[in-house]
Design a protein around this ligand. Sequence first.
Ligand code: GLA
Length: 386
Amino acid sequence: MNKEQLWEKFAEVFTKLDLKKGIYAAPGRVNLIGEHTDYNDGFVLPMAIEKEITMLAQLRNDQQVKIYSLDYDKLVEFDLLDLSYDKTNIWVNYLKGVLTELQKVEQQLQGVNLMFTGNIPQGSGLSSSAALEVATALAITDLNNIELNGVEMALLAQRAENNFVGVQCGIMDQYISRLGQKDQALLIDCRSNEYELVPFANPDYQIVICNSKVERGLVDSEYNQRRQECNQAVKFFQAKENSSIQALRDLKLATVEQYKADLPANVYKRAHHVVSENERVLASKEALAQNEMLQFGKLMNASHLSLSRDYEVSCSELDILVEIAQKEGAAGARMTGAGFGGCTVNLVKKEAVAEFTAAIKKEYKKRTNLSADVYVSNPGPGARKL
Ligand code: GLA
């Protein structure tokens, strides 16, 4: 649907009002490299993808919020003074979480009518929920004249997810959805929350995303457990090495190796992944700046191995997808996002994309009996008012 058609639909669903309105968009993301580093104060290198949530919004005269999900064809209503968890419509909680956090910033929010639609596949690790949070935050702040800069808005959306939805995610997904830029990946320093642009408009190579179609099962419990193991490692190194160590970001790989025998095996492996992954992100930035795409591909492959063996967040289907991709000539392939299902990200020669796509679908089906989806995306723009 184009903009006019969306507004027509909006007018069908909601009573006509003469109040401030707007249309907003926020994209999903794919992380090129730097997995499970964001909550360790480390580095990540994601890009926004050309798939997004589009949200139409108009203020109301009262304290009611009415949200219409076009894709679910479902209307949900509640009062701004009663933001309780919705056990039936799970998606509503991303919006309620943002409203709750916004009410901490600005107590006098006005009621609102919202309608949204999107084309980011859900449950596939491409951050459709972060996009929904960011689109909501952008719409509500704009309509209520609340001033939040990009980083503040990303942090607010992250708090919505941490506090209301109950997932202890890091900052990456909301950050890139809010601040992504066309033709650029962002090197984000998750300690300072600053970023550097890393141009990614290569004439020869294409980012190809493969969806394993395995819905990320164990993700929440395992995710929180990995965070705990990382904290355990930090405490260990504080005691042994230096009390000023705040996060795994502050460690060198040599130090991790030095204590291998003293650390519980799982904690050693988690620390090894995070510390080596941070190095790979910084090396990737250099490789991309020098246009050394094969080198970048090698770093992606190494990242996958580390996530699979040391961080243990892959699954057999993701490993198979990566294996096929490498066999079919991808310069680099790795799982992307939290893991336990979802997508892989692949660096493929442009001229080979069609052949690569066909081979992935065929071989993956043969080995898993699942039908992979394949998306080609360039870095798209971050959240904006349309
Ligand atoms: C999820 C989280 C992010 C990040 C990744 C793993 O997408 O939301 O904050 O931790 O997993 O890199």
